[in-house]
Design a binder for this molecule. Structure first.
Ligand code: ZN
Length: 156
């Protein structure tokens, strides 16, 4: 991908105008997280379907600014079909970039368009809102998996 601010801007606007996976499912197989920002209009719900250690689907809906819509839209595409472990690596790496720390360019993919957010601290919340929601759901899924394993142990 060329390093060109104009091109980055186009990708952000495309994901804002045509957000991917922007509608919620009535399906109990999905985990849900509602996230709201104190400093922006962002008020979104993110859903994740995690099955057999794999992120099958991530969706979102709600009111959101350009940065939060585009960053969550790009997230849904980046983690689809990835293992929970891979998704965590992608999220951790993204947070490093957003906080201006060294990060792995091979793992950043389209999210590179938010590289500049590191220099705009007031937009960090917008650029990470959907990503934090997914991270929390990965944690919730891990806890569920662990307690299901405990139950199996007990019944043995
Ligand atoms: Zn925002």
């Amino acid at each position: 991908m060329p390093i060109d601010p104009q091109y980055y801007r186009e990708i952000i606007m495309d994901n804002y105008s045509y957000p991917r996976h922007k509608d919620l499912k009535e399906d109990k197989d999905y985990l849900n997280r509602h996230m709201a920002s104190d400093s922006c209009i962002d008020d979104i719900t993110v859903q994740a379907k995690i099955k057999d250690g794999k992120v099958e689907d991530v969706r979102f809906d709600g009111e959101a600014c350009t940065i939060s819509t585009a960053s969550t839209s790009i997230l849904t595409e980046m983690v689809e079909g990835k293992s929970v472990e891979e998704a965590r690596k992608i999220i951790d790496n993204y947070f490093k970039m957003i906080h201006g720390e060294p990060y792995d360019k091979d793992l950043i993919d389209q999210a590179i368009v938010f590289e500049g957010v590191a220099k705009q601290p007031n937009r960090i919340g917008c650029a990470t809102i959907g990503w934090r929601a997914l991270e929390e759901m990965l944690d919730e899924n891990d806890q569920k998996t662990a307690s299901a394993e405990d139950k199996q142990e007990e019944s043995r």
